[in-house]
Design a protein around this ligand. Structure first.
Ligand SMILES: [Zn+2]
Length: 285
């Protein structure tokens, strides 16, 4: 199914680019047209169903490091993929060029709005559109793969409930306004994917109330609360705890989620803990 052919009744045989994630019996096919490119979206019927893993973990979501995972075995990091970062940098460069050319056009015409667009400027707009499209696809792919891997590895995963205020607290590149829209959309999409994939597998992706837990302020070791400026990425506490802020938040989410299942083995908790006895959580099956 790599770079194969698609036969559509009434249209004929078309060459297509891309590769199917899985080869199964096709059920439906949707044809989409976006920014001058045609897409075929094929749904397949598949078996077996998704399976969940055995581990337990706390996940903190960030900008510079995509995610920090705390498990009883230690801390792991999931980095943003290089190709996605490169595309984001290219978007930044094109946006800068567009700004400069727009300023020049405004000066030359003396109009703030409705200034004439040069061919070069038109080309830059088109390029920006194509780059955005590319980033959307690359990001979606990465989010699907990462959420699938997390669900296949973990039985129970604790993460921070998503809210806009929480996201501004992430600081760093986000605060500087770098591709803010892209970041917001990705956060929502990632949580949604984790939630439905965990549900498909019978695992749990549990979301902690950020306003109560305060992972950006609370020490994971002693529970002490301290307001930190957004620029402060390191967590130091009088109790002796010293680690990155991401690591602190991930460890805090791990102890939170362990408390939720009452210290049981994660896989055992899935069988024994009745969802109704857990705090109001949309992620529960
Ligand atoms: Zn402490």
């Amino acid at each position: 199914m790599k770079h194969g052919k698609l036969r559509l009744s009434g249209v004929g045989e078309l060459r297509i680019r891309g590769k199917a994630r899985r080869v199964d019996a096709p059920k439906t096919c949707e044809i989409l047209h976006r920014r001058g490119t045609w897409y075929a979206s094929v749904t397949v019927e598949r078996e077996p169903k998704r399976l969940h893993g055995e581990r337990i973990g706390g996940l903190d979501w960030g900008v510079e490091t995509f995610a920090t995972l705390a498990t009883p075995e230690g801390v792991e990091r999931i980095e943003n993929p290089r190709h996605l970062q490169r595309s984001l940098e290219r978007i930044g460069a094109v946006q800068k060029r567009i700004c400069r050319k727009e300023e020049e056009a405004k000066k030359a015409s003396g109009k703030m709005k409705g200034f004439p667009l040069s061919n070069r400027l038109r080309k830059e707009y088109a390029l920006l559109g194509r780059l955005h499209e590319k980033v959307t696809n690359q990001r979606q792919d990465f989010l699907h793969q990462t959420s699938a891997w997390l669900v296949a590895t973990f039985a129970v995963l604790g993460l921070e409930q998503l809210n806009i205020r929480g996201m501004t607290a992430l600081g760093g590149a986000y605060k500087r306004g770098l591709n803010r829209g892209i970041f917001d959309a990705a956060a929502g999409m990632f949580h949604q994917m984790l939630r439905y994939k965990a549900q498909e597998a019978g695992g749990w992706a549990m979301e902690a109330d950020s306003r109560k837990l305060k992972p950006s302020q609370r020490c994971q070791l002693c529970g002490r609360l301290e307001k930190k400026p957004l620029s402060q990425r390191w967590h130091d506490c009088p109790c002796g705890a010293s680690c990155s802020g991401d690591e602190n938040a991930a460890k805090l989410l791990l102890s939170w989620v362990m408390k939720q299942i009452g210290g049981r083995e994660p896989a055992k908790a899935l069988r024994e803990v009745r969802p109704a006895s857990l705090p109001g959580n949309p992620a529960l099956p």
